[in-house]
Design a protein around this ligand. Structure first.
Ligand SMILES: [Zn+2]
Length: 448
């Protein structure tokens, strides 16, 4: 995924102080190092980058009452359960989500936390995340438009707008690191058009731009949202964002399923990025995002697993496969023949990998991740090719990574440090975490 998209047989990396110094054939690399890792027989890939998640939702996977609902009904079922979360629940779910991500090859994750019940703070997530070691882009998300003001969420989970802005400023000043190699960044993310006021959107944008941090929200996810925006604001979702001055290279939107050609053009011209979340869009029957059209128009597209209550997993390799598959399904549904001169452009395995690496990096505004090249962060993962899932596919290991059943990473390395080694997650005791996580989930649901 370097600028020339090189794939090197018998290749290797030379890493110093957390950054890649050399990428080449192994025999051209320095012959000694403080530590030498022999990964012969493995495929080594730039670390995958997740551009949209809600870690806390790992506590509410497969909730029976929300299994067969569309977005608005799914949210209304889950809001009251989420309202019971504590700071400890935020910490546990952060570690569970990041553990799952790291084991799927993820080295940078963006998370969107937008409710802060019972004294929870974004600090809880950031501190818990640091114990795992995956780079974290943490949203100070927000909701302020409760039911009584015409919004979707119950009043019990929304916050006062002045407090949201004050806390946003505190968090940026405390945690945001704009430098190359940053392990923590903060961005502002009012949740969605149907849960925040236009004024909070505007004020958040002013604050974010003052501090040069990024802006993020859910947009054009469902037809319900489109109808809501037209009725309440008189605009389609993208036009509403333009009206609020919420477009530009510092903005990225989750989903963007229901965008037309003209709106894709707005993204391309203004530099807005998109977090493509195919599994969630299928799970909630939201639709299929026109990703190939966006790429063709020059829109920055990254990959996201979305929250674990609408996926219900945090497996980025699986998500990459879903992205490729659903793009092909869309091409087929549009009536294009799969052979001959009329063959539609099918998303390739390498395109899917590019979305999950370089694409995601550009969406997050990171020039130092998403590729293995001199000067980039030493973020990569490796999978042993000698395994059942890849049997018969070794003629093209890169394609095997995307086409074949998703596997667990054998090594995940962030800034030269092992997060996963020989298939084991190093920073924490996984069985203990799973037990605590299940206890927390049981408590949240049994209080219902
Ligand atoms: Zn989301």
């Amino acid at each position: 995924m370097d600028d020339h998209r090189r794939e090197i047989q018998d290749g290797g990396l030379f890493i110093r102080d957390g950054f890649v110094e050399q990428v080449d054939s192994t025999n051209k690399l320095p012959s000694t190092a403080d530590e030498v890792l022999d990964l012969s027989g493995h495929l080594i890939v730039p670390g995958l980058i997740n551009t949209h998640h809600h870690f806390y939702q790992t506590l509410t996977r497969a909730v029976p009452a929300a299994q067969n609902a569309n977005l608005f009904n799914w949210l209304k079922t889950l809001y009251p359960i989420w309202a019971r979360m504590t700071p400890e629940d935020i910490r546990i779910s952060t570690q569970t989500a990041l553990a799952e991500l790291a084991l799927s090859g993820c080295t940078t994750a963006s998370d969107h936390l937008y409710l802060f019940p019972n004294g929870s703070r974004l600090d809880d997530e950031i501190h818990a995340g640091r114990e795992i070691g995956v780079r974290l882009h943490a949203a100070r998300g927000s909701m302020s438009l409760g039911e009584s003001k015409g919004g979707l969420p119950p009043d019990s989970v929304v916050e006062d707008e002045d407090e949201i802005l004050k806390d946003s400023q505190r968090l940026i000043e405390t945690y945001h690191d704009p430098n190359p190699g940053a392990s923590t960044q903060v961005f502002l993310a009012p949740c969605s058009p149907f849960s925040v006021s236009p004024d909070l959107m505007r004020q958040s944008a002013i604050l974010a731009r003052e501090y040069k941090v990024r802006l993020h929200t859910h947009l054009a996810e469902t037809q319900d949202e489109e109808a809501f925006c037209l009725e309440l604001f008189g605009y389609r979702p993208v036009a509403y964002m333009q009206h609020l001055n919420w477009v530009g290279p510092d903005v990225w939107f989750a989903h963007s399923v229901h965008v037309n050609e003209e709106e894709i053009g707005v993204y391309a011209q203004t530099g807005c990025g998109v977090a493509h979340c195919p599994t969630s869009n299928m799970r909630l029957a939201s639709g299929i995002a026109p990703v190939l059209d966006m790429l063709q128009a020059g829109v920055k597209v990254g990959l996201g697993v979305d929250g674990s209550a609408s996926n219900d997993g945090s497996h980025l390799l699986e998500e990459m496969r879903q992205a490729m598959m659903v793009a092909r399904l869309r091409a087929g549904l549009r009536g294009a023949s799969l052979s001959g001169d009329q063959a539609p452009q099918l998303m390739t395995a390498r395109q899917a990998l590019e979305i999950a690496t370089r694409g995601s990096a550009s969406v997050l505004g990171r020039m130092d991740i998403g590729a293995l090249a001199p000067g980039m962060c030493a973020d990569f993962f490796a999978v042993d090719l000698n395994r059942l899932e890849y049997a018969g596919a070794l003629h093209d290991p890169v394609a095997a990574l995307v086409f074949c059943s998703p596997v667990r990473a054998d090594y995940t390395v962030v800034g030269g440090k092992f997060i996963v080694k020989e298939g084991q997650l190093l920073p924490i005791d996984l069985p203990v975490l799973i037990e605590r996580h299940n206890r927390a989930a049981t408590r949240l649901l049994s209080d219902a």
